[in-house]
Design a protein around this ligand. Structure first.
Ligand SMILES: [Zn+2]
Length: 474
């Protein structure tokens, strides 16, 4: 029954479709919202059509349908009485126009109103609404940030950003217009630091006291062969507050031979291994370093590198630094331990061949950091190697592992180290199983204490602690 009632108007509409093109077009535009009134018009029209009526007569449903037609009022009745089509149309026209107006108004309204979500709450807003408008209407009330001076003090409370805005998960501006179904999150505003002018001045470097006596070698682990570096002073002036900040952003480094131990603010230590690479030991040490996320510096013997290229490459891959400990540990005229016994050209040769052995395996020039065999670095060799070496590295903690004092003693030496210190160990030159065992003991202890392990380059980056902290030998 229900199906039939809805069917009938549709079949009627089909049979009348050709009668009035104007009506048809109105019906199309009217859409579903006005179907009932449209149906009414069609049914009335069909009343005048003999052929149509005849076709319908056999239907048992004809009666109720007609009754329904009456129920709609005068116009339907008129058409059934055989009045002209014009009269019927003129009576319906206002209704059609009203329908059209309503439909158009509904469409326009739908077009102009957008459903959005603001801070999790669904709402409708006018098309073209901006975040700014939502704030003006106090839909949300974020707390604005403050305007800060360059030193962090507050110049104007609430003078910062009005709010933070995210639309569909992306940062947006308060002037952004909201789109249909936009998800808007409006949070408190961030602080804003005033504009400022920045000027930089260079700080000239001086000349360091420049003793090259052997006795002073041990007063610090880092022996810098410095050509001098200008520093930078940065002056920042706040454009609102007028506050001026004057800071040394890069300290000058005096030229000359500088001896010091780094004084980092961090708990960092430099592990160093000499006389490798070596069968077995170097790999075992790399395993331990990798396990603890530690980096170390390997002072290698140049003529051993080609036998263990994989170990050297792995060290590099783990972030370790590969430096030279000379080509052959000052063999020959250096008596296997002392470069200073050698001629100047032999000294230079030891270093350059050491660098080359590393670069052949790693494919890049190593940093010009070296460790002299036996820590024998004093006198004329400093001037001789000056063009080839940026720093010679000694040590603050000697584990004396080469004496084979037992893993416990070596581990005790390692764990005695303080921030900024350089620890001397060996991965080559003999049986280094005690050194490996000692590292297995000491590393977890040091890591537990919050230490991290850095390369010599990283230690050098902390800079000379203070001009006066470097050994004063004047
Ligand atoms: Zn050595």
């Amino acid at each position: 029954m229900t199906d039939d009632r809805y069917d009938r108007p549709r079949s009627t509409r089909r049979s009348n479709a050709r009668r009035s093109s104007s009506t048809r077009s109105v019906m199309r535009e009217g859409g579903s919202a006005r179907t009932s009134s449209g149906t009414r018009v069609r049914r009335s029209g069909s009343g005048r059509s003999g052929s149509s009526r005849q076709a319908r007569r056999p239907s048992a449903q004809r009666g109720p349908s007609t009754q329904r037609g009456y129920a709609y009022g005068g116009s339907a009745r008129n058409s059934r009485s055989g009045y002209g089509r014009r009269r019927q149309s003129s009576g319906l026209l206002p209704l059609l126009i009203l329908a059209l107006v309503l439909v158009v108004a509904f469409g326009i309204h739908r077009f102009l109103r957008l459903g959005v979500t603001v801070n999790g709450e669904k709402m409708t807003v006018w098309r073209g609404t901006t975040v700014e408008k939502l704030l003006d209407k106090e839909v949300v009330n974020p707390t604005p940030g403050d305007l800060l001076a360059i030193d962090g003090s507050i110049i104007t409370e609430g003078g910062g950003e009005r709010c933070s805005v995210e639309i569909d998960g992306e940062a947006a501006d308060v002037t952004s217009k909201l789109k249909r179904k936009a998800s808007v999150n409006i949070g408190d505003g961030a602080d804003v630091t005033e504009d400022s002018t920045v000027s930089e001045e260079s700080i000239p470097y001086g000349t360091a006291d420049d003793s090259r006596e052997f006795g002073l070698y041990w007063s610090g682990s880092i022996h810098l062969l410095s050509d001098g570096q200008e520093g930078v002073r940065t002056v920042t002036t706040g454009s609102v507050s007028g506050i001026t900040l004057d800071e040394v952003t890069k300290p000058a480094v005096d030229s000359g031979y500088r001896i010091y131990t780094a004084r980092p603010a961090d708990k960092v230590i430099a592990l160093t291994f000499d006389d490798g690479p070596w069968e077995g030991t170097t790999s075992e040490i790399l395993d331990i370093l990798e396990q603890y996320g530690a980096r170390a510096t390997f002072f290698t013997i140049g003529n051993q590198i080609s036998s263990y290229p994989d170990e050297v490459r792995r060290a590099k891959a783990l972030g370790c630094q590969v430096c030279t400990h000379t080509w052959d540990h000052a063999a020959g005229s250096g008596q296997g331990v002392n470069l200073t016994y050698m001629s100047a050209s032999e000294q230079i040769d030891e270093i350059q061949r050491g660098y080359n052995a590393i670069s052949e395996v790693l494919g890049e020039e190593p940093s010009h950091i070296m460790r002299a065999p036996g820590g024998n670095f004093y006198g004329d060799i400093i001037s001789t190697l000056w063009p080839y070496v940026d720093a010679e590295i000694g040590w603050d903690v000697d584990t004396e592992d080469w004496r084979l004092p037992g893993a416990d003693a070596i581990a005790a030496a390692i764990t005695s180290a303080q921030p900024g210190q350089v620890i001397l160990m060996h991965d080559g030159g003999g049986d280094r199983s005690q050194t490996v065992a000692a590292l297995r003991q000491a590393m977890p202890v040091m890591v537990e204490q919050g230490y991290s392990f850095i390369t010599i380059d990283e230690m050098l980056a902390y800079g000379v602690p203070d001009q006066d902290a470097a050994i004063d030998v004047g």
